[in-house]
Ligand binder design. Structure first.
Ligand code: PMP
Length: 419
C-alpha cells in the first residue's frame, strides 16, 4: 500500500479525508495526532513510520481475537478460492454451519439466526421481528443506549445529538433509565419489546446491578413483551462471559451480534431468535426480511473460525482475568488523580475511565498515542475513555497500557495545576 515517502502517505491520507471523506473528522484526527494505520497483527497496529501501537481501542470491540488472526485468515482465504459471496438461489452450507455453531454457543433455546453485515442491521432485524411476532408497536429502550445509526436502531438509541437532525424517527419508542428494574412494569405494558445492552458500551461503560437482566426477563414475561439483548459489543467473550446475558444466566428472546463475530476479518452481523418467536413472525413468510450480501460464504467462514478460536484459546477466561487486572489498575490511577478521573468501571475487557471533565480526554488520548497505546472515547458519553483491547491481551501488555494511561493522566493533572 506504500506510495511515496511515509510523510507523503500521512499527507495523502489527510488531504483525501479532508476533500473526499469527512472534512471535520479529518481536522479532529489531525489535531489528536492520528497516524496512518498500515499493518496489524495480534494486539498491535503499526503506522506509516513503523511505530507500533498497543491497540486498546480494539476497533470499538471488533478485534476480540486480535488483528489478523491466522486461523481466521486461513479459513477466509480457503473459502475465497471456491466461493466468496452467496448466489442466493442454492443452499449455502457455510451459512448453515455458522448458524448451527452460533445456536450451540448462544444461551438457552436461541436457535434461528439471520445474518447481515453490521450491528445496526442486526438491531433493525430484531426490532422488525419483535413487531411482527407480537403484533405490537411499542419498543422500549434505555437512556444513553447505543444500537446503531440506521433509522430503527437510531430511534431506540439514547443520544439526542445523533437523533435531532433526522427527526421524525420511528414512532412508538419510549426510553427508560438503564439499570432500573422498577420502571419496567409500567413501561412494558403493551410493548412489543425491550431492547437493552447487558453493559452499555457507548453510553459510557455502564454496568447494571447484578440481577438486572433477570428482572428484565421477568418483567418482559409478565407484559408479554420480547426481551432483545443487544450483544453487539458485549457478546462473544468481551465481558468475561461468552455473552453478557450469561452474567445473570438469562435467555433473551432475541440477541443481536456483530463486531467480534467474524474475528475482525470480514464485516458481519446477526440476530438469533427463539424458534417460537421467529415462527410467530416468519413461519409462512420466508422472504420478508432479506439481505443480498448477508450470510456470505466468506463472512460465515470467518465467523465459524472465529467462534472456534474463541473457545479453543480460552479467550473468555482471559478476558475475565485481564479485565480484572485492567480495572484494578485504572482504579488505582483514579485514586491517585481524583481531579482527573472521577470513576473507573467495567466488566471483563470493557473498561471505562470517567473523567472529571469532558475536555481532559483531549489531553490524555493523544498522550497515550504518543506513548504507543490507542484508546477511544465512547460515542454517547465523551467524558468516558474506554479501554477495550483484544481478548488475547497479556498481563504485560495490560501493564504497558496502564503506564501510558497513568502518564496521560499525570500530564492532564499537571496542566490543571497550571490553570
Ligand atoms: N449495538 C451496540 C451495542 C453497539 O455497541 C454498536 C456499535 N458500537 C452497534 C449496535 C452498531 O453497530 P455497527 O456500528 O456495526 O452498525
Amino acid at each position: 500500500m506504500t506510495r511515496g515517502t511515509q510523510e507523503d502517505l500521512a499527507t495523502e491520507a489527510f488531504e483525501n479525508y479532508k476533500n473526499f471523506v469527512n472534512p471535520p473528522l479529518a481536522r479532529v484526527m489531525k489535531l489528536s495526532g492520528s497516524p496512518v494505520e498500515v499493518r496489524a497483527s495480534g494486539t498491535t497496529i503499526w503506522d506509516q513510520n513503523g511505530k507500533a501501537y498497543l491497540d486498546f481501542a480494539g476497533g470499538y470491540g471488533v478485534f476480540t481475537l486480535g488483528h489478523s488472526h491466522p486461523r481466521v485468515i486461513a479459513a477466509v482465504r480457503e473459502q475465497m478460492e471456491s466461493m466468496s459471496l452467496s448466489g442466493k438461489t442454492m443452499f449455502n452450507v457455510v451459512l448453515g454451519r455458522a448458524a448451527k455453531r452460533l445456536a450451540e454457543l448462544a444461551p438457552g433455546d436461541l436457535q434461528l439466526s439471520f445474518w447481515c453485515n453490521s450491528g445496526t442491521e442486526a438491531v433493525e432485524g430484531a426490532i422488525k421481528l419483535a413487531r411482527a411476532a407480537t403484533g405490537r408497536a411499542m419498543i422500549v429502550a434505555t437512556h444513553d443506549a447505543y444500537h446503531g445509526k440506521t433509522y430503527g436502531a437510531l430511534s431506540v438509541s439514547g443520544r439526542e445529538a445523533f437523533q435531532t437532525p433526522f427527526r421524525p424517527l420511528l414512532a412508538d419508542v419510549e426510553h427508560v433509565p438503564f439499570g432500573d428494574a422498577a420502571v419496567l412494569e409500567e413501561a412494558l405494558r403493551d410493548a412489543a419489546a425491550f431492547i437493552v445492552e447487558p453493559v452499555q458500551g457507548e453510553g459510557g461503560v455502564n454496568v447494571p446491578p447484578a440481577g438486572y437482566l433477570r428482572a428484565v426477563r421477568e418483567a418482559c414475561d409478565r407484559a408479554g413483551a420480547l426481551f432483545i439483548a443487544d450483544e453487539v459489543q458485549t457478546g462473544l467473550g468481551r465481558c468475561g462471559y461468552l455473552f453478557g446475558c450469561n452474567r445473570d444466566e438469562v435467555v433473551p428472546d432475541l440477541m443481536t451480534l456483530a463486531k467480534g463475530l467474524s474475528g475482525g476479518i470480514i464485516p458481519v452481523g446477526a440476530f438469533i431468535a427463539r424458534p417460537d418467536v421467529w415462527n410467530r413472525a416468519y413461519a409462512k413468510q420466508p422472504l420478508v426480511h432479506t439481505s443480498t450480501f448477508g450470510g456470505s460464504e466468506i463472512a460465515c467462514a470467518a465467523a465459524l473460525a472465529a467462534m472456534e478460536v474463541l473457545v479453543d484459546e480460552g479467550l473468555v477466561e482471559n478476558a475475565r482475568e485481564r479485565g480484572a487486572q485492567l480495572l484494578e489498575g485504572v482504579r488505582a490511577i483514579a485514586a491517585e488523580y481524583p481531579s482527573v478521573i472521577a470513576q473507573a468501571r467495567g466488566l471483563g475487557l470493557l473498561v471505562g475511565a470517567e473523567l472529571a471533565h469532558e475536555g481532559y480526554g483531549g489531553w490524555i488520548i493523544p498522550e497515550m498515542l504518543k506513548a504507543g497505546v490507542t484508546a477511544a472515547w465512547t460515542l454517547n458519553m465523551q467524558r468516558v475513555i474506554r479501554l477495550e483491547p483484544p481478548l488475547v491481551v497479556t498481563a504485560a501488555e495490560v501493564e504497558r497500557a496502564l503506564a501510558a494511561l497513568r502518564a496521560g493522566v499525570a500530564t492532564a493533572a499537571e496542566k490543571l495545576g497550571r490553570l
